[in-house]
Design a binder for this molecule. Structure first.
Ligand code: NAI
Length: 392
């Protein structure tokens, strides 16, 4: 299979490596020739490290590199059976590139976007044959993260969806099929991890170190929400939140936090700027958490139940299957457990009671319990039967 990649930045380079490792003939295009050079040398570095670690041998490294060529014009992708675009997140620019590409590729070539926040329908409508367009959303870093969300638009044909699902599975990735709605699965379901933690901070219930400590210690999350926001970049994380909030017609559940907006405006972007919620300058001391078990339990329960509510609501609105929603969070953002399995474990009843008590306290729509959770509690149901493993 010949795979075209448009944009050789962080994502394009990673996706090229994945496809080349799977044996595809990959052609990478970028308008910026320096970006192409950088992508090539980054791949050399990554593969050399894999050789050093003994994960692959020199022959495998050569084979992967030999599968990738770099082209300086979009026309160079004309033989691609599948092209994945990973350029700047701008609808007008993406539409222009898609329109031009369609003029070069064959009638049955698939044209896909790695967009995180734009609707696939709006990108697809730039094509003469929109039924060939689909979302293929990788996670950063693409070679390491197992999950790929596949998002058919309203225009996408079933045949194209099936072909893409098969191809991505052949690339040894886990596919979660998602509806073309804001944030798809992961960027929607993960919002409360940041949003509810920020809310707890803004209410003065606990400081960032304590909130991070609570979620890592009791929840088993690899990074706390504030560490993670600093890692992602407060500018990037804020923009995703704001985009999802606006795209959901200002549903208060996704409301962004002033705290993060101000950090972003101040240039306190996190690790990349040396300061965010934490200070990353040399010699800076990390603040100590307040190791209070009751406080930690309250924080963990509150964030977890909001995450579960979001996951349940995604299922309620048929955004994806229960198995795919759980896989998305464990394989796309390394959550220690699928949220719906987690709900089964702690009890749907408990989730409803906890959400209702938050709603009673605040009287805000933000804390409304998903109708699905309420119905399941009433009927004594679980998301998975105990013998079943999520996604199988
Ligand atoms: P990036 O900024 O690292 O790379 C974008 C590349 O596209 C640059 O090398 C740029 O020169 C090139 N480019 C810009 N306009 C172009 C054009 N008209 N034709 C050809 N090349 C062009 O961006 P990144 O982070 O790789 O993101 C790319 C896409 O992937 C975006 O749509 C983003 O939303 C999405 N995405 C990003 C993730 C991330 O964590 N960075 C995760 C999943 C999706």
């Amino acid at each position: 299979m010949i795979v075209g990649i448009i944009g050789s930045g962080t994502m394009g380079s990673g996706i090229a490596q994945v496809a080349a490792t799977a044996g595809c003939d990959v052609k990478v295009f970028d308008t910026n020739t320096q970006a192409l050079e950088k992508s090539k040398s980054a791949l050399e570095k990554v593969l050399s490290r894999l050789v050093e670690k003994g994960r692959i041998d020199e022959g495998e490294k050569k084979r992967i590199q030999g599968n990738i060529s770099y082209v300086s014009a979009l026309e160079g992708l004309k033989e691609a059976n599948l092209t994945i675009e990973a350029i700047v997140e701008n609808l007008d620019i993406k539409r222009k590139v898609f329109e031009e590409l369609e003029g070069y590729v064959s009638e049955d070539a698939i044209i896909a976007s790695n967009t995180s926040s734009l609707s696939i329908a709006s990108i697809a409508s730039s094509l003469q044959k929109p039924e060939r367009c689909i979302g293929i959303h990788f996670f950063n870093p693409a070679p390491l993260m197992k999950l790929v969300e596949v998002i058919p638009a309203v225009q996408t044909s079933e045949e194209i969806t099936n072909k893409v699902v098969k191809t991505i599975k052949d690339w040894k990735k886990v596919v979660a099929l998602a509806k073309d709605t804001p944030g798809f699965i992961v960027n929607r379901v993960a919002r409360p991890f940041y949003g509810e933690s920020l809310r707890i901070l803004e209410e003065g219930i606990a400081d960032v170190a304590t909130i991070d400590w609570s979620l890592k210690t009791l929840g088993g999350f690899r990074m706390g929400p504030f560490e993670l926001m600093d890692f992602i970049g407060n500018d990037v994380n804020y923009t995703v939140t704001e985009t999802v909030f606006k795209a959901f017609y200002y549903d208060p559940r996704y409301k962004p936090a002033f705290t993060q907006k101000r950090l972003s405006e101040a240039g306190y972007l996190g690790r990349k700027s040396g300061k965010g919620y934490y200070n990353y300058s040399e010699g800076a001391q990390k603040p100590m958490p307040k190791e209070d078990k009751d406080l930690a339990t309250y924080i963990f329960n509150r964030v977890l139940v909001m995450l579960i509510n979001e996951a349940a609501d995604a299922l309620f609105w048929n955004i994806a299957s229960a198995g795919d929603i759980d896989n998305a969070m464990t394989k796309g953002v390394n959550y220690p457990k699928g949220l719906l399995s987690w709900a089964d474990e702690i009890g749907i009843d408990w989730c409803v009671t906890m959400l209702d008590s938050l709603y009673d306290e605040y009287r805000e729509d933000r804390y409304r319990c998903s109708p699905l959770l309420r119905k399941m509690a009433k009927e004594n149901q679980t998301f998975f039967n105990t013998a079943q493993i999520a996604g199988q």
